[in-house]
Design a protein around this ligand. Structure first.
Ligand code: EPZ
Length: 418
C-alpha cells in the first residue's frame, strides 16, 4: 500500500496555487446530466473522486471528454442505464448527487445506497424527504433506492439540517421541475453558490443560491454552458495551517478570500497575521500563536472539513484549546494518531480538549479519512524525525498534487509503495 514518508526539514515557505474545488466540481458534474447539449467545465481537480463521478456518468450514458488541463466536456444525450450499482455508488458519498438530475430529466433513478464512511453514518433522509415533497415515489429494496415520477413538481421544503448534499441534490432536481420550489434552512456553503451559478448559466432560474432560503422556478429544459470551478477553500485552509505550524511566510494564490473568512477570522484570533488580496492571501511569518476554542458549524461557521487540520495546529500551540465537532458524529479519528506523535488531546463525546505541547515526534500513523490524513501530514512536517503515513489514498482523493505542493514550500515528503 502507498505511504507518505515525511522527514522533518527547515521548511522555507514561498508560494503555492490552489486547485479547483472537489466539493464544487462533484455536484456540478452530476448536474450536467440535466443538460440537453454539451457542457464545458474547467478547473476540475485531478482526483480519484472526480474520476469515480465520471465513471458513474459514463455508465449512465454520458459522453465525457477530458483534457489534462482539468477541462471536461460532458454530454448526456440518452441514458444507457438508470441504475447506479453498488460497485460504483459505494466508492464515495457524492455518488448520490446524480439522483436529482436523473429524476428531474428522466423521471426515474435507481442508486445503490452509498453507505457510511469513517466519519459518520451519512444518512440521505433529507434528500429523499425533498424528492417526496416534489412528488417522487421512493422505494428501497435490496440496498437500492428507487425514485420515479411523472414530472417533479415544485414544493416548499424545509431541511431539518442545512445538509450540503441535500441542498445540492434538491436544487438540481427543482431546476427542471414544474413550478416553484423554495428550500428553507438550506446549506449556504460557497460550493452551492457555484452550483447555482452553473445551473443558471445553463438556463435555470435559481435565486439566492448560497443563502439559507433558495427559490427555484423550474424550466422545461437546460442547455449546456461553459463554467469554471471555484478554488478549493479547504485546500487553501490546509495550506494556511501548514504555514502556521511550520511558522513560515506563505503566499496562497488562486483563492476567493471571502470563502476563507471563518478560517481567516479564527487564525487572526490566534495571532496569525494574514493579508487578504483580490485572488490571493499572504500568511506573514507567524510569531507566537495563542490557543483557541473552535466549534464547527454550517457555513459561514468554521468548516468541519478544517477541524482535523486546526486540531493539529492547536496540538502544538501553547495553552489549552477546545474543539467541538457539531456536524459529524465520528470526526476525531485523527486524534489517537496525533497522540501517538506526542500530542496531548482528550476526547469527551463531540469535544476535544487539547493541551498544547512543544514538540511532536515522527512515527508510523494511519490516515483514516481525507481530512484526518491531511492533519497527520501537517503534523509530520514539524515532527522530530520521520513520519510514515499509510492508507494515503484517503488523502490523495481530495488534494491535487499534494506532495508536489508541500515539497514546493520546502517539505521533504515522498511516496513509497512497499
Ligand atoms: C459535504 O458532505 C461535503 N462533501 C463534506 O466534505 C463536508 O464535510 C459536508 O458537506 C459538510 O460541510 C461533498 O461536498 C462531496 P451534509 P455531505 O449532508 O453533503 C447529516 C470532505 O472532507 N445529514 O451537509 O454528505 C449528516 O449525517 C467531505 O471533503 C442527515 O442527517 O454533508 C451530517 O451529520 C467530508 N441527513 C450532516 O447532516 C441527510 O439526508 C452534514 O452532512 C444528509 C445529511
Amino acid at each position: 500500500m502507498a505511504k507518505y514518508i515525511i522527514n522533518q526539514t527547515s521548511i522555507t515557505g514561498g508560494e503555492i496555487s490552489i486547485s479547483g474545488s472537489k466539493n464544487s466540481a462533484l455536484p456540478i458534474i452530476a448536474g450536467s446530466i440535466l443538460c440537453t447539449s454539451p457542457v464545458k467545465i474547467s478547473n476540475i481537480p485531478n482526483l480519484s473522486d472526480i474520476f469515480n463521478m465520471y465513471e458513474i456518468l459514463n455508465y449512465l450514458g454520458c459522453e465525457i471528454n477530458t483534457k489534462s488541463d482539468g477541462t471536461a466536456i460532458i454530454y448526456m444525450n440518452s441514458p444507457k442505464n438508470m441504475l447506479v450499482p453498488y460497485e460504483l455508488a459505494h466508492k464515495f458519498r457524492a455518488s448520490f448527487l446524480v439522483m436529482g438530475a436523473l429524476l428531474s430529466r428522466f423521471k426515474k433513478a435507481e442508486i445503490a445506497l452509498p453507505g457510511g464512511c469513517p466519519i459518520g453514518n451519512r444518512p440521505i433522509d433529507l434528500h429523499l424527504k425533498g424528492f417526496s415533497a416534489m412528488g417522487a415515489e421512493i422505494t428501497q429494496e435490496h440496498g437500492i433506492i428507487e425514485a420515479k415520477c411523472d414530472r417533479l413538481k415544485g414544493a416548499k421544503i424545509y431541511l431539518d439540517f442545512p445538509s450540503v448534499g441535500a441542498t445540492e441534490n434538491l436544487i438540481i432536481a427543482a431546476s427542471c421541475a414544474e413550478g416553484k420550489t423554495i428550500i428553507e434552512n438550506a446549506a449556504a456553503e460557497p460550493e452551492i453558490s457555484d452550483l447555482a451559478n452553473f445551473l443558471n448559466a445553463c438556463g435555470a432560474d435559481i435565486k439566492n443560491g448560497g443563502t439559507s432560503t433558495v427559490t427555484i422556478n423550474g424550466t422545461k429544459e437546460l442547455k449546456g454552458c461553459e463554467h469554471n470551478i471555484i478554488p478549493d477553500r479547504i485546500e487553501a485552509g490546509t495550506f494556511m495551517t501548514a504555514a502556521a505550524m511550520c511558522k513560515i511566510p506563505l503566499t496562497i494564490k488562486n483563492v476567493i478570500p471571502k470563502h476563507l473568512k471563518p478560517i481567516t477570522a479564527k487564525f487572526r484570533e490566534m495571532g496569525i497575521e494574514i493579508e487578504e488580496h483580490k485572488n490571493y492571501i499572504k500568511i506573514l511569518r507567524p510569531g507566537n500563536i495563542s490557543a483557541a476554542d473552535v466549534k464547527t458549524l454550517p457555513f459561514p461557521g468554521f468548516p468541519t472539513d478544517m477541524q482535523a487540520q486546526i486540531t493539529s495546529l492547536l496540538s502544538i500551540t501553547h495553552g489549552t484549546s477546545m474543539v467541538v465537532e457539531t456536524i459529524f458524529e465520528n470526526r476525531f479519528l485523527h486524534i489517537p494518531e496525533l497522540n501517538r506523535m506526542g500530542a496531548n488531546i482528550k476526547i469527551d463525546g463531540r469535544c476535544a480538549i487539547i493541551e498544547g505541547t512543544n514538540r511532536l515526534t515522527g512515527t508510523k500513523v494511519t490516515a483514516t479519512d481525507l481530512r484526518a490524513g491531511a492533519a497527520l501530514t501537517l503534523a509530520g512536517l514539524i515532527a522530530d524525525g520521520t513520519t510514515e503515513i499509510s492508507d494515503i489514498e484517503h488523502i490523495e482523493r481530495g488534494y491535487e498534487n499534494f506532495v508536489d505542493k508541500l515539497n514546493q514550500i520546502g517539505a521533504d515528503v515522498s511516496i513509497t509503495n512497499d
